[in-house]
Design a protein around this ligand. Structure first.
Ligand code: GRG
Length: 315
């Protein structure tokens, strides 16, 4: 294992307590515990939503919400240290839940037979395999919609958070990227707006996660602008490395099958620039993200480290 790969793995390991705490909050949110929203989904739908949300996953987007809040002067990470006394700064947690709900919806719908038609996700059968196609569609719809109940209840900038989330997920954000990706299948690689696809499909929700983190602690405009630059560069590095891992990644570590991009004749950075060219672009984008995070000084150190993980991850 190279030194950088080893430090990326070490970094991810250091997130475990925070991921664990987030998973507990996620479990509470979907069980309706500690939730005054009075949501009672029908049992079959509820089971599918739980299955999808609690299947694991790196929880990167919610962590980015918390890290961005921390970078902007919030005290979001104190929740890990003060969990027993319950004295942590809770302001960014609704946004953290919201982005994971939206992300999980996107994975469910992306795996459907009409889209990528994948059988495995997060190391287990996809929702339409474990349940049925109609339930998978509804579970995705429900998660997307319920996400806004968290953002709407955030103590700071709730309306701005809802707007940012809608823009990140909607017809000019993630869904736009998915549509552009789909319509590009089979086209000559040079005719495809690869960057435009990646920025929308993957980058936009990372940007949204960072900006929601900032908004949730009432960050100033300059900080929000830097978070946008960081999120876009991080998203690009992350998506290109996803293209690379689709070719050389370990299926067990990733929890999903490899080779889907080539099978679907998709335009990817690997197809256009070759494996080494794609890796080089990942590193450039990760470095751009790291440099952006320098703006926050010591408070942004974790964002800087996370940027390097995007380029050196192995799952
Ligand atoms: C709106 C249907 C629809 C799709 C939007 C986000 C997306 C487009 C599709 C999801 C599938 C995909 C390959 C997206 C690219 C971004 C990406 C690499 C997602 C996987 O994110 P991870 O690795 O997943 O953070 P975990 O399981 O760790 O949460």
């Amino acid at each position: 294992m190279s030194e950088t790969l080893a430090s990326a793995a070490k970094l991810i390991k250091s997130f475990v307590p925070l991921q664990k705490l987030f998973n507990e909050r996620l479990e509470q949110s979907i069980s309706g515990l500690g939730d005054d929203r009075g949501r009672v989904p029908p049992p079959h739908l509820h089971e599918a939503m739980r299955y999808a949300l609690l299947a694991g996953g790196k929880r990167l987007r919610p962590l980015m919400v918390l890290f961005s809040a921390e970078a902007c002067g919030g005290n979001a990470l104190s929740c890990t240290e003060n969990r027993v006394s319950g004295e942590g700064d809770e302001r960014a947690w609704p946004a953290a839940l919201a982005v994971e709900y939206v992300h999980t919806y996107s994975l469910i719908h992306d795996d459907l037979p009409a889209l990528d038609d994948d059988d495995f996700r997060r190391g287990r059968p996809t929702i339409h395999k474990a349940f049925d196609e109609a339930t998978a569609i509804l579970a995705g719809d429900a998660l997307l919609t319920d996400a806004f109940t968290f953002a709407a209840g955030a103590p700071e900038n709730a309306a701005a958070q809802c707007l940012e989330l809608a823009l990140a997920a909607g017809s000019s954000g993630m869904v736009a990227g998915q549509a552009m990706d789909m319509y590009s299948e089979g086209k000559p690689a040079d005719d495809v707006d690869l960057l435009g696809i990646h920025v929308r499909k993957t980058g936009r929700l990372f940007i949204g996660s960072c900006v929601l983190g900032g908004l949730s602690v009432a960050a100033n405009q300059e900080s929000l602008d830097v978070l946008r630059v960081y999120g876009a560069a991080f998203g690009l590095a992350f998506q290109i490395s996803d293209d690379v891992l689709d070719v050389i990644g370990d299926e067990k570590a990733k929890g999903k099958s490899s080779g889907g991009d080539a099978d679907a004749d998709k335009a990817t950075y690997v197809r256009r620039y070759g494996l080494e060219g794609a890796k080089k672009r990942t590193h450039e984008a990760a470095e751009e993200a790291r440099e952006a995070a320098e703006y926050f000084g010591e408070r942004g150190r974790i964002l800087q480290e996370l940027a390097l993980y995007a380029a050196h991850r192995d799952y």
